[in-house]
Design a protein around this ligand. Structure first.
Ligand code: ACO
Length: 321
C-alpha cells in the first residue's frame, strides 16, 4: 500500500469557547485547561456531502490520478443525514467517478475509522481486489451531540479528511485493530419511530449522545500506549525510529499522556485539536493532510497512526510514507 495523495476540508464557521459560554454554563478556561481546545469549525448552512467531496477531490488532485482510475471508494462515518444511500456513493457521483467499475461502501468504526479503513485498503490492495482506493473520513458530530450537555458538546467539531492509496509500494509496516465491547462508555442512539406492533416498554427512545468522559480518558491512554508499543516492537523498531505520531485528536491531555509514556519529544506529535476539536474519524487524515501540505511530513518518513473511540475500539497502524 502506498498513500499517493491527501486532502481535507473544514466547515466555514469558527466557534470559540467564549461563544459556547454565551449559552452554556462553561468557560474558555475550563475547556482549554481540560481539553486543549480553543475553537472548532462547525457545519452550518453547508451540505455535509459537499464537504466530504471537497476533501476527496483534493486528495484525488494530489494523487495525480484521474477520477476513473479509482476502483473502490470507502467512507468512514459515524452518522450523517443519510441512513441510505451511503456517503461513499454520493461522493462517487460528486467526483464523476464511473459506477460499474467502482464499488462503494461506508464503514463505521467510530473515531478509529481512518485506521480501520486503512487496514481494509491494505487487504483489498494486497489481494488485488482493488488498485486505487479513495478513502474519505467525514464527520458532522456537532449535528448529533446534545447541545445542552456541556460535558460533551464542547469537545467536538466537524471535518473531512481523505487519502488516495494504491498498490504501488509496501508502506504498511504493522497494524493492530481491537474492540472491547463497552457500549456504556460512549453511546449515540438514532431517534426511531415505534412500529404499530410494539409497546415501547424497555426501549429508551430519548437517549441521544452519552459519554463517560473519565472512563474514555483512562481507556484511551492505556490502550493506545500499549497498542503503539506493540505495533512498533513487532515491526522490529523502537519509538525513536518513528518520525511522526499522528494520534486521534480528542484531548490534548490524552495525547500528552501517551507522548510522556512513550518518552518522545513534542515535535513528533503534531496537533490540531486546539483549533478543530474532536472531529472523530476525520481527525487523523485531517492532521495528515495538514502536515503533508506544510512540508513537515516527507516521503520516506515513518508515521504511526493511532485512534480510539466508541465500541470501545482502537486502531494502530505504522507506515513508511
Ligand atoms: N464546563 C465547565 N464545567 C464542566 C464542563 C464544561 N464544559 N463539563 C463538565 N464540567 C464539570 C463537571 O460537571 C464536573 O463538575 P463537578 O465536579 O461539580 O461534578 C467537573 O467539571 C469535572 O468533570 P469531569 O467529567 O470529571 O472532568 P474531566 O477532568 O474528566 O474532563 C473530559 C472531562 C474533558 C470530558 C475528559 O474526561 C475527557 O476528555 N475524556 C475523554 C473524552 C473523549 O476523548 N471522548 C471522545 C472519544 S471517542 C470519540 O471521539 C467519539
Amino acid at each position: 500500500m502506498k498513500i499517493l495523495g491527501t486532502g481535507s476540508a473544514v466547515p466555514r464557521k469558527t466557534v470559540t469557547n467564549d461563544m459556547l459560554s454565551e449559552f452554556l454554563d462553561t468557560s474558555d478556561e475550563w475547556i482549554s485547561t481540560r481539553t486543549g481546545i480553543k475553537s472548532r469549525q462547525i457545519i452550518t448552512d453547508e451540505r455535509f456531502e459537499d464537504l466530504a467531496a471537497k476533501a476527496a477531490s483534493r486528495a484525488l488532485d494530489a494523487s495525480g490520478l484521474a477520477p476513473d482510475d479509482i476502483d473502490y471508494i470507502i467512507c468512514s462515518n459515524v452518522a450523517n443525514l443519510y441512513i441510505t444511500p451511503t456517503l461513499s456513493s454520493l461522493i462517487q457521483g460528486a467526483l464523476g467517478i464511473k459506477g460499474p467499475n467502482c464499488p462503494t461502501m461506508d464503514v463505521n468504526a467510530a473515531c478509529a475509522g481512518f485506521v480501520y479503513c486503512l487496514d481494509l485498503c491494505d487487504a483489498l490492495l494486497a489481494t488485488g481486489r482493488a488498485h486505487n482506493i479513495l478513502l474519505v473520513c467525514a464527520e458532522e458530530v456537532t449535528r448529533f451531540v446534545d447541545w445542552n450537555d456541556r460535558a460533551s458538546c464542547v469537545l467536538f467539531g466537524d471535518a473531512a479528511g481523505a487519502v488516495v492509496v494504491t498498490n504501488g509500494g509496501d508502506d504498511m509496516l504493522g497494524h493492530k485493530m481491537t474492540c472491547v465491547p463497552m457500549p456504556e462508555v460512549i453511546v449515540y442512539c438514532n431517534p426511531m419511530e415505534p412500529t404499530p406492533f410494539e409497546t415501547g416498554e424497555g426501549i429508551d427512545r430519548h437517549r441521544t449522545f452519552e459519554m463517560k468522559g473519565r472512563e474514555v480518558f483512562r481507556m484511551a491512554v492505556t490502550a493506545a500506549a500499549n497498542d503503539i508499543k506493540d505495533v512498533i516492537a513487532k515491526a522490529g523498531l523502537t519509538p525513536d525510529d518513528v518520525d511522526h505520531f499522528l494520534l486521534h485528536q480528542a484531548n490534548l491531555r490524552i495525547i500528552e499522556s501517551i507522548r510522556t509514556n512513550l518518552g518522545q519529544p513534542h515535535e513528533k506529535f503534531p496537533t490540531n485539536v486546539e483549533r478543530c476539536g474532536n472531529t472523530s474519524s476525520a481527525s487523523v487524515p485531517l492532521l495528515l493532510d495538514e502536515e503533508v501540505r506544510a512540508g513537515r511530513i516527507k516521503r520516506g518518513d515513518t508515521i504511526l497512526f493511532s485512534a480510539f473511540g466508541a465500541g470501545f475500539v482502537t486502531g494502530t497502524a505504522l507506515i513508511k510514507y
